[in-house]
Design a binder for this molecule. Sequence first.
Ligand code: ADP
Ligand code: MG
Length: 219
Amino acid sequence: MIECRGLHYAYPRSEPLRLGDVSVAQGGTLLLRGPSGSGKSTWLALAAGLLTPAAGEVVVAGQSVGALAAAARDAWRARHIGFLPQKLHLSEALSVADNLALAHFAAGLPVDRPAIAAALGALGLGELAARRPSQLSGGQAQRVALARAVLLRPRVILADEPTASLDDDACAAALALLRRSAGELDATLVIATHDARVWQALPHAQTLAFVVAQPEPAA
Ligand code: ADP
Ligand code: MG
């Protein structure tokens, strides 16, 4: 479940961004839809507790995110949020399997090798466990990032422009994997996108429309 009300965020020296209200049931799908620069990534960062709102509230899986102290927020995010960022943040210093183990470290949990093997297997990545990220195709690297995002069985999956650099077949495959992963976990799925293929593929998903804020006319 995700609910946000009256959410505003202000970057330094910028007009505050006003983000629309929305309520998504547990297990539902929400598309954040709008042009580049309209605030979609900011919304995801607020929902993940990576940014703190200037006003308003976002409640994710029963937790008011802004109410958590900074240290508690990192642990909460690691346990409950599966974040698939636009830039994948896979470490080239680590194998694919050890990149997944980062999710355990971030949550303060012991590394669970069988769970890592199962998560890689579920996304067709079992053969690639020992590779480095640079030895993967773009689509494989994204699946590794998804495997890491869902490893701890999060209540919410947040995906930022997951289809941006994919051709049509890979786009359909990525969306199918996101939906399957969310479905298996009964997780709420949020996809931020300016890609028309995504809303064409998910015509029944709930939508939050974003628009680029116009400057206030001078009085
Ligand atoms: P989207 O994901 O829809 O492209 P963003 O949430 O990234 O939009 O950005 C929303 C607005 O906030 C844009 O005007 C962008 O330039 C601005 N913005 C984003 N990140 C920063 C930042 N770190 N500092 C200042 N402004 C930012
Ligand atoms: Mg963005």
